[in-house]
Design a protein around this ligand. Structure first.
Ligand code: NOJ
Length: 733
């Protein structure tokens, strides 16, 4: 349809039809046009369902084609439904969790993984994914860190934009493309105490400086939708925050697409105490600019009366419906109502060999080698025993992989058994995944209790550990321990796993821990007892194969932490780009009581942002600058040369950080401004040059404008956020 046809369609709709467009119903309401029990309970009527604009979490080419056909036949204007779902890190072929993908520091690879996810979802009839999540995170207690790209605004923005490009391509009508819904606007990643859905208090400067840039990057990349966050931001729930949605998102950031609330969030405006009754909730949400109400009955039950009484202008409704119709049109649904839904294609596209290969590559590049004393890794294979709950478990997908089947996942045990060299190696659980006193709470279903004879399992593990040269100890958090509504107050590993670690380490000094987790954990005991630690996050469908290839040295790990691993839970939030304080404390420099420090733990995380080793070693030369002064219209090149000083080919991510030494507001001790991945053969050396432009020096100053200020800057180039390889330059007028 062209724009004037679409305008005419909008003008032709009845008020009921318009309001219908603004409603999204959950898949469990089953068939369009049929009122079901849950719908009834929520107060929806047959009429509400007749005009609905969208459904979420319902999948499958056959089902969605049929639903679309029946729905459009009964709709007075035959407007197609939009089908949306959470395709977070893959659909049937599951990629590593986003926090792990960010560790690749490889936006092109992340874009390719989004291309695969979109293609698989599209053939199953989906039009929109609720991804990317660009929420900046600093507190590992928050379970949803797994879904973010970590603690750095720049990296977050790069990842979010890559995902948008991958899902959407250049034209949504093209086969295999779906629309991206950026979430959760705004500040959802900063809940008090790391508790999900909790209050968020951020100064406007911190919001603008640290939290908004990643959303902005996704908007610039052209994301079609934005989802509001559940939380209050400075005491206003986002779904009722007119300033946030109309002023910041639309006017300042230039977003022109559709805004959807999060699940039931309009109803929750009552619990937030921002609306006295449902009618008021509908009023404040529409005034704020929420176009579509996800799941709650607030718009369905209240907009009509508000409009008829003149409390809300028709223009508000028309504006929202326009955003929705325009998205349907951009997806080409008025001409191709099923878009890519294709049962035959589902069979060939899902889990295709090419998709699996891509998932494996992505997993391999996301692994972070945290430690490798005595070059214990890689292993030969037949020199090791594999112990731990994750040695066998196929639960390697992140919490959001709700459309994937665990039977499609290659566990580590399955990978071991598929090769002659490791076919026979012992693989035993050693202990349960979780402690009985802290049973894992399932996201979708209650989990069956683990059945294991604890003492016998431990004894067997010890017996095998005694006989082996090396022990591969596969530990970690159950996948349901991270994700939505999975906040934790203690970031330790389960006690049963720590006991296994202690007991096995007592009989074999060569412990290699392979760590599976959706969030940074307190791994002090692991760091003390293991000579090598390979962090594999939740690596997805090809996880077991990717882990094995890495342990055997067929893949050389090169991932870098996208989020600091705290020293302990009491240290969070902990992030590298913090302010300095007036009393910065560095061990040995400002001793005594009155530095900014803890009395019992260090200030530094156990493993910092940007950190990660390789099976080879690299050296970085001092930074050389093309000049010592730049103006707003010139730039400086900063160069290092990087050498592979080890004996294997490997990939290093060279990172550029900048510190503004003084400004009208306090500036972070350093901020990531660029990175470059280089793959070098043994002995190979390459120059790596970054161009420092004035734009990199901007920040939100005293007057809330984003601008640079003249003065001195330190530039750091190295292999992680702790590098002290630096040079100084000056920005002048
Ligand atoms: C709630 C979550 O916060 C959001 O991220 C998700 O997309 C929706 N539910 C839909 O499932």
């Amino acid at each position: 349809m062209n724009e004037s046809e679409l305008r005419r369609l909008l003008a032709d709709l009845s008020l009921e039809e318009k309001i219908g467009q603004m409603i999204q119903l959950p898949g469990y309401f089953q068939n369009a046009g049929n009122i079901t029990g849950p719908a009834n309970d929520m107060g929806f009527t047959q009429d509400d369902l007749r005009f609905a604009g969208s459904y979420l979490s319902i999948i499958g080419a056959e089902k969605l084609r049929q639903m679309q056909t029946e729905f459009m036949a009964q709709h007075p204007h035959h407007i197609p439904l939009l089908f949306m779902a959470d395709i977070i890190n893959g659909y049937r072929t599951v990629f590593p969790i986003p926090l792990a993908q960010a560790c690749t520091f490889d936006p092109d690879l992340i874009e390719k993984s989004a291309v695969v996810a979109a293609r698989e979802a599209a053939v199953s009839g989906l039009h929109v994914t609720f991804s990317p999540m660009a929420d900046l995170v600093r507190d590992a207690r928050w379970g949803r860190v797994m879904e973010s790209a970590g603690e750095d605004p720049f990296l977050n923005g790069q990842v979010a934009a890559a995902m948008v490009r991958g899902y959407q391509g250049h034209d949504l009508r093209e086969p295999g493309k779906i629309a991206a819904c950026l979430k959760h606007f705004a500040g959802y990643g900063a809940p008090d105490g790391g508790r999900d859905y909790n209050t968020v208090e951020l100064s406007e400067r911190t919001l603008r400086e640290d939290y908004l840039p990643a959303y902005q990057a996704a908007v610039r990349a052209g994301c079609e939708l934005v989802m509001t966050s559940f939380n209050t931001l400075n005491r206003i729930p986002s779904a009722a925050n007119e300033w946030l949605l109309r002023e910041v998102l639309r006017r300042e950031m230039g977003f022109e697409g559709m805004v959807i609330s999060d699940w039931n969030a309009l109803q929750e405006l009552l619990a937030h105490g921002i609306a006295e009754n449902p009618s008021e909730a509908a009023f404040v949400a529409l005034r704020a600019g929420v176009d579509m109400d996800m799941v709650s009955p607030i718009y369905a039950k209240n907009l009509k009366e508000l409009a008829e009484k003149g409390r809300i202008p028709m223009a508000w409704i028309d504006e929202s419906v326009w955003h929705i119709l325009r998205l349907k049109n951009r997806l080409g649904l008025f001409e191709h109502t099923f878009k890519d839904a294709d049962e035959a294609a589902e069979k060939t596209v899902h889990l295709s060999e090419a998709h699996r290969r891509m998932a494996r590559t992505c997993a391999e590049q996301s692994f972070v080698l945290l430690r490798n004393d005595e070059q214990l890794l890689p292993i030969r294979g037949d020199d090791s025993v594999f112990i731990g709950p994750y040695a066998e478990s196929p639960l390697l997908n992140g919490a959001w992989s709700i459309f994937a089947d665990d039977q499609d996942t290659v566990s580590l045990k399955a990978a071991l058994r598929s090769r002659p060299k490791t076919h026979e190696v012992p693989v035993v659980p050693g202990c349960a995944m979780a402690d009985p006193e802290h049973p894992v709470i399932g996201f979708q279903h209650p989990l069956p209790p683990e059945e294991l004879d604890t003492e016998a399992a431990l004894e067997e593990a010890v017996r095998l550990a005694k006989q082996a040269e090396k022990v591969i100890l596969c530990l970690g958090e159950h996948r349901e321990c991270s994700g939505e509504a999975a906040s934790r107050g203690d970031l330790s590993l389960p006690r049963c796993q720590l006991r296994l670690l202690d007991t096995v380490a007592a009989v074999n000094p060569n412990i290699i821990v392979v760590l599976f987790t959706g969030r940074p954990l307190d791994i002090r005991p692991v760091s003390e007892k293991a000579k090598a630690i390979l962090l594999c996050w939740l690596p997805g469908t090809e996880g077991g194969e990717a882990v094995l290839r890495t342990l055997l040295g067929e893949n050389n790990p090169g991932g870098k932490l996208s989020m600091s691993f705290p020293y302990c839970t009491g240290q969070v939030p902990v992030y590298y780009n913090h302010l300095n304080t007036g009393r910065p404390w560095n061990a040995g420099i400002l001793d005594g009581r009155f530095g900014s420090k803890y009395q019992d733990i260090p200030n530094e995380p156990l493993y910092p942002f940007g950190y990660g080793l390789s099976y080879t070693t690299f050296a970085c030369s001092p930074v050389t600058l093309s000049g010592k002064r730049m103006t707003r219209s010139t730039s400086i090149s900063a160069t290092v040369s990087v050498t592979n000083t080890g004996s294997r080919t490997g990939t290093q991510t060279v990172q550029l950080y900048i510190r503004d030494l003084s400004g009208s507001v306090a500036r972070p001790v350093r901020e990531l401004k660029g990175f470059r991945r280089v793959t070098l053969e043994p002995g190979q050396c390459t120059p790596v040059t970054f161009t420092i432009t004035e734009e990199m020096l901007r920040f939100v100053g005293l007057s809330m404008d984003t601008a640079s200020e003249c003065g001195d800057f330190d530039v750091f180039i190295g292999f992680d956020s702790r590098t002290d390889n630096r040079a100084r330059f000056t920005l002048t007028e």
